[in-house]
Design a protein around this ligand. Structure first.
Ligand SMILES: *Cc1c(COP(=O)(O)O)cnc(C)c1O
Length: 390
């Protein structure tokens, strides 16, 4: 059996895969088992933030694997405490809780919000408002938090206590608020939901309203964090201070991590045995994340992310068949004039470009370190593919 046959026989079919088995890679360039070359502007859904096999990252991870590969959370770990210090210092927030994925980070944020409200107001104030078209994860609770009906199937009963409102509409939010509301959770750019970039005015007035009413503001930065938008975290582009942010995907540079970072008001809400996870704060993962954060928190590096994003957008805008481009940093959504985004993505892959979709859009989340030559190659393949499908 080849890789594909074995996969289909032995792995549960929860993903519709592209017809590619990747074997090796470097930067934003990957090779499949037959030696065919691809430019990767998906970076494992924004995970390989420094590209494939960044040498410094590999060294940091390999060294830690050969020193202590894991210890339980019953012991102090310098890799974790150093990473937590960096994240707090860089965000202006106060404390970190470590986990292994975006969904888990969001679960933690939901638990913190509910416990804060329970401690202060009692059990009845437990509702969390999220936005239509949001995506917050695949656990039963984060599916419930996700404001899309297609995700509310099969797995009943879902966790109670979520309400959905229209994005970029403050009245819709205010109408949903009641004495039971304890928090709002939102992405500043809805990634899976179709690259919807929330407006600055909406976000600022929402945060002001929530602050006045002691409604916690949780920003899901699982996709937008770790330098993706040209700032370490997207909330910095909005001039707000959230109560909680969650991050995952690109933060580890390719190893599983999820963090929930909270502000001063919440720093002592979680107490021993209210939360935990065996692999959280794993030293190998934290060694990789420390390396990533050191690299991407540099202002010059972040400015370069925006510069490359602009360059990419400019190149894309000259392609026939593209109707509109939505972008912040290197998070890019491409609206096509008539072609179906999924069809184009499949054909791009055949032509040597690894690209994903977000609803009806093509989505690019290239490694933040992608070279200008790789951008040029990617754009060329996309242009050719769209042309072939006209
Ligand atoms: C991917 C994603 C998640 C879920 O992260 P996992 O690591 O897959 O659990 C949550 N929120 C947003 C915004 C995401 O993009």
């Amino acid at each position: 059996m080849n890789t594909k046959e074995k996969d289909l026989k032995y792995i549960m079919h929860t993903y519709g895969r592209y017809d590619v088995a990747l074997k090796s890679a470097n930067g934003a360039t990957a090779y499949d088992e037959d030696g065919k070359k691809y430019i990767d502007v998906s970076s494992g859904i924004g995970v390989n933030s420094l590209g494939y096999c960044d040498r410094g990252w590999v060294k940091a991870v390999a060294e830690q694997a050969g020193t202590i590969q894991h210890m339980s959370n019953y012991f102090y770990c310098s890799r974790a405490s150093n990473l937590a210090e960096k994240l707090c210092t860089l965000t202006g927030l106060s404390k970190v809780c470590f986990g292994n994925s975006g969904a888990e980070a969001n679960e933690c944020a939901i638990k913190i919000a509910r416990k804060y409200s329970f401690d202060k107001y009692g059990a009845q104030r437990n509702e969390i408002i999220t936005l239509r078209n949001s995506f917050h994860g695949r656990t039963v609770t984060t599916l419930a938090a996700t404001g899309q009906d297609v995700f509310h199937n099969y797995f009943f009963p879902f966790t109670e206590g979520f309400k959905y409102v229209e994005a970029d509409n403050l009245d819709s939010f205010k109408n949903a608020v009641s004495g039971k509301t304890c928090a709002v959770m939102l992405e500043l750019i809805q990634g899976e939901g179709g690259l919807n970039i929330l407006s600055r005015e909406y976000v600022q007035s929402l945060v002001r309203y929530c602050n006045e009413n002691d409604i916690l503001v949780i920003i899901d930065e699982v996709q937008t964090g770790a330098g993706r938008t040209g700032r370490l975290f997207a909330f910095e582009n909005y001039g707000i201070t959230p109560d909680v942010i969650t991050a995952a995907k690109g933060l580890g540079g390719g190893l599983p991590i999820g963090v929930c970072i909270c502000g001063e008001k919440l720093k002592d809400v979680m107490t021993p045995s209210t939360h935990g996870t065996t692999f959280g704060a794993n030293p190998v993962v934290c060694a990789g994340a420390n390396y990533v954060v050191d690299k991407i928190s540099d202002t010059e590096f972040l400015n370069e992310v925006e510069t490359k994003g602009k360059y990419l957008q400019q190149k894309l805008s000259s392609i026939d068949g593209i109707k509109n481009i939505r972008r912040m940093g290197l998070m890019v959504g491409i609206e096509l004039e008539s072609a179906d985004a999924h069809d184009i993505a499949v054909k791009c892959v055949e032509n040597g470009l690894l690209i994903i979709t977000a609803k009806a859009l093509l989505r690019m989340l290239p490694p933040l370190t992608i070279s200008y030559e790789e951008i040029d190659e990617a754009v060329k393949i996309l242009e050719k593919t769209i042309k072939e499908n006209n």
